[in-house]
Design a protein around this ligand. Structure first.
Ligand SMILES: NC(=O)c1ccc[n+]([C@@H]2O[C@H](COP(=O)([O-])OP(=O)(O)OC[C@H]3O[C@@H](n4cnc5c(N)ncnc54)[C@H](O)[C@@H]3O)[C@@H](O)[C@H]2O)c1
Ligand SMILES: OC[C@H](O)C(O)[C@@H](O)CO
Length: 564
C-alpha cells in the first residue's frame, strides 16, 4: 500500500532550492521540519518530479534534524544570518560590568538557565524589571531578543552605552525559539553580597481585618529578595487612612480590607541587611521609606511617563492586599528608599510621607504669594498645608474645621491665621459666608481641601473667587453632589490628587532647610511598637488632642545605626 509522504520546501528563499522529502509522516519530524523552516506539502512516491523540480533532492530524517539544529538551536540559518551584523562576543567590558552577547539560542539559553538555577548571578529580565530603579545597574541580566528595548533602558541606567546595531535587531520570522542571549554580569569585585541579619526581638506588626479588629501579630522575618533592603522601622506615623481601613474596612470602592492586612505607611528606619545586588545602601544607613512601589516596567504608561503614582500595579504598603510598614522589620526595594540626612530624626523621616502628600498638591497649584488661601480641614494634612501655604507667602489664610481643638492648632502654628469652626447645622452657603467674612471679605483664589467631606467641598466652591482653583486632597464617599452651575458660571477649577510622585527628595530638602521647622510640633504623641493599638485608638479620637501620633521603636541592639 502506498504510504503518505511529504515534500518540504524552504519557507523562504528561492524556489530553485526546492527540496523534496521522502519520509514517513511522523508528526514529530514534521514539527521539527516546520520549525526548521520548511513548507510541508503532501506528495506521493509515484509522483514524477516536474521539470521545474529538476534540482530537487530527497532528504530524510537526518537532514531535518541537521536543519533543525542549524537553524533553530544554533541560529545558523545562512539567509537570515546575512542580515545580522556579527555580534562580538563581548561588547562591553568595564571594570564593573561585562556585557556578553551569547549568540545562539537553545544551548545558550539552557546554559543560562542552569547558571541561573545554580545562582551564578543571572536573573530573568522579568524579575529584574520589577526591581529596577537605581539598583538595576547591579543586577546581572539575561536578556532575550524581544527584551532589547527593556535591556536598553536598564543598560542606560547602568551607564553602559549599548551597541547601536543591537538596538533594533532583526526579528526572527521563522521560529519563536531563536534567542539572542545577552549576559550582563557584574564583576565579582563589585557585586555586592547579600548580608544576613539575626533579629534580637520579634517582628511585631499591626494588622486590621474585615471584622474591624486590631491585632498585634508576630510575623516571620521577611525574605530578602535581590535588590531589597531589610529595614528596621524606627518611626511610623498613623495616617487617617489607617484609621479608615480599621474602622470602615475600605477607602472608596477598590481599596477594601478582605483579609488581615498590615497598617502603616509613614515610616523611616535603618537598614539592617541588604539583598543581593544592592549597592546603594549598606547596613546602618538611615532611610525614609516611600511606601508606594510601582511596577517600573517600560511598557507601563504611568511609570514610563513619570506618573508612577498612577501605576495600576503599584504595591502601596498598607493598602490591601499589601501589608503596611507598621512593623519592626520591613523588606523594601532599595530603589524606593531615600537617604535620611543626619539632621533629620526618624520621626522627621516618618513625617516626610504626609509632607509628600502636601508637596504633591503644591506642585499642581499656582504661586501663592499674596493670594488669599482657604484650607478646609485642620487634620495633619490640613495643618501641613497651612505651614506650606505660609512658607509660600499666601495671605490672608483661613482654615475651617468642626473641631475647636484642631483649629487652636492653626493659631499655635501660624499667627494671624483666621479660623472658622463649622457647625453641622450650617448649609454650605452659610459656611461659605463665614469663610469670606473671616477673611475680611476676600474670596479664596486657591483652596486646599483636606476633608473629602461633601459639605466642606461645597462650601469651598461657594466661597471661592471667580476662576479660583480648589485642590481636593481629602478622600470621601464614592459619589458626591457638587454645585455644578456655580462652578460653571464662576469658572472654578476642581482638581484631585492620588498620593504623590517624586516628592521625597523635595520633602527632605525642605525639612533640612528648617523652613518647616514647626512641622515637628505636629507629633503630639509617641507610643512603643508594643502599644501600637493604643496609638491607633488615640488617633481615631480627635477629642484626645492627637494630631500626628507616631509609633517608635528602640535601636536594634548591636546594629551600626547612627545616633538619632
Ligand atoms: N489624596 C491623597 O492621596 C491623600 C493622601 C493622604 C491623605 N488623604 C486624605 O486627606 C484627608 C486629610 O487627612 P488627615 O490625615 O488630615 O485627616 P483627618 O481625618 O485627621 O483630618 C480631617 C479633618 O477634617 C475635619 N472635617 C471633617 N469634616 C469637615 C467639614 N465638613 N468641615 C470642616 N472640617 C471637617 C475633621 O474634623 C478633621 O480635623 C483625609 O480624607 C485623608 O484620607 C488623601
Ligand atoms: O498618604 C497616602 C494615602 O494615605 C493613601 O493613598 C491612602 O489614602 C490609600 O492608600
Amino acid at each position: 500500500m502506498e504510504r503518505p509522504r511529504e515534500a518540504l520546501w524552504p519557507k523562504t528563499g528561492g524556489t530553485r532550492s526546492l527540496l523534496r522529502i521522502e519520509i514517513f509522516a511522523s508528526p514529530f519530524i514534521l514539527l521539527l521540519a516546520n520549525v526548521s523552516g520548511f513548507h510541508i506539502k503532501p506528495s506521493l512516491r509515484s509522483r514524477k518530479p516536474q521539470p521545474w523540480e529538476s534540482d530537487h533532492r530527497d532528504i530524510g530524517v537526518f537532514d531535518v534534524l541537521v536543519a533543525f539544529v542549524r537553524r533553530v538551536a544554533l541560529n545558523l540559518d545562512t539567509e537570515h544570518q546575512k542580515q545580522i551584523p556579527p555580534l562580538p562576543p563581548k561588547v562591553v567590558n568595564s571594570p564593573d560590568f561585562s556585557v556578553e552577547v551569547v549568540d545562539g539560542s537553545w544551548p545558550a539559553h539552557l546554559i543560562m538557565s542552569v547558571r541561573r538555577r545554580l545562582r551564578f548571578g543571572v536573573v530573568p529580565l522579568q524579575w529584574a524589571d520589577r526591581h529596577t530603579g537605581d539598583d538595576s545597574s547591579n543586577i546581572p541580566l539575561q536578556l532575550r531578543r524581544n527584551d532589547i528595548p527593556r535591556a536598553d533602558l536598564i543598560l542606560q541606567r547602568a551607564g553602559i552605552t549599548y551597541p547601536k546595531h543591537l538596538k533594533s535587531p532583526p526579528t526572527s520570522s521563522r521560529s519563536p525559539f531563536i534567542l539572542t542571549t545577552i549576559l550582563i554580569t557584574q564583576s565579582e569585585q563589585t557585586r555586592s553580597k547579600m548580608t544576613t541579619f539575626t533579629p534580637s526581638r520579634p517582628n511585631l506588626a499591626l494588622q486590621t481585618n474585615p471584622a474591624h479588629e486590631l491585632n498585634l501579630i508576630t510575623d516571620p522575618l521577611p525574605d530578602l529578595a535581590p535588590g531589597h533592603c531589610l529595614v528596621h522601622i524606627r518611626a511610623t506615623g498613623v495616617c487617617g487612612s489607617d484609621v479608615h481601613f480599621w474602622k470602615h474596612g475600605h477607602i472608596g470602592p477598590t481599596m477594601v480590607v478582605r483579609a488581615p492586612n498590615g497598617l502603616g505607611h509613614e515610616s523611616a528606619g535603618v537598614v539592617v541587611a541588604v539583598g543581593e545586588g544592592v549597592e546603594r545602601w549598606k547596613v546602618g544607613d538611615r532611610v525614609a521609606v516611600e511606601p508606594g512601589v510601582p511596577c517600573s516596567k517600560p511598557e507601563c504608561q504611568a511609570c514610563r511617563t513619570g506618573m508612577y503614582n498612577a501605576c495600576p500595579d503599584v504595591k502601596f504598603h498598607s493598602t490591601p492586599p499589601y501589608h503596611g510598614t507598621l512593623r519592626r522589620y520591613h523588606a523594601h526595594p532599595a530603589a524606593w528608599l531615600h537617604p535620611l540626612p543626619d539632621s533629620l530624626s526618624f520621626e522627621d523621616g516618618a513625617l516626610l510621607e504626609p509632607l509628600s502628600v502636601v508637596l504633591a498638591a503644591f506642585a499642581r497649584l499656582p504661586p501663592m504669594i499674596g493670594q488669599p488661601v482657604l484650607i478646609a480641614g485642620a487634620g495633619p494634612i490640613g495643618l501641613i498645608s497651612l505651614l506650606c501655604a505660609e512658607a509660600a507667602g499666601a495671605w490672608p489664610l483661613v482654615v475651617t474645621d468642626m473641631d475647636a481643638g484642631r483649629l487652636e492648632w492653626c493659631k499655635k502654628l501660624v499667627s494671624g491665621v483666621h479660623t472658622v469652626q463649622v457647625q453641622k447645622t450650617w448649609t454650605p452657603e452659610e459656611t461659605a459666608e463665614h469663610i469670606v467674612s473671616a477673611n475680611g471679605g476676600l474670596r479664596p483664589v486657591i483652596t486646599l481641601e483636606c476633608t473629602g467631606a461633601e459639605p466642606s467641598i461645597a462650601s469651598a466652591i461657594y466661597a471661592s473667587a471667580h476662576a479660583a482653583k480648589i485642590h481636593i486632597i481629602g478622600v470621601g464617599p464614592s459619589t458626591q453632589r457638587i454645585p455644578f452651575m456655580h462652578l460653571s458660571t464662576n469658572e472654578i477649577d476642581l482638581q484631585y490628587q492620588y498620593r504623590y510622585r517624586e516628592t521625597w527628595p523635595r520633602a527632605i530638602r525642605v525639612m533640612e532647610s528648617g523652613r518647616l521647622e514647626k512641622i515637628r510640633n505636629l507629633v503630639t504623641h509617641r507610643f512603643g511598637l508594643e502599644e501600637a493599638k493604643e496609638a491607633m485608638e488615640l488617633s481615631a479620637d480627635y477629642s484626645r488632642g492627637g494630631i500626628k501620633v507616631q509609633i517608635v521603636d528602640e535601636e536594634e541592639p548591636g546594629t551600626a545605626a547612627k545616633a538619632d
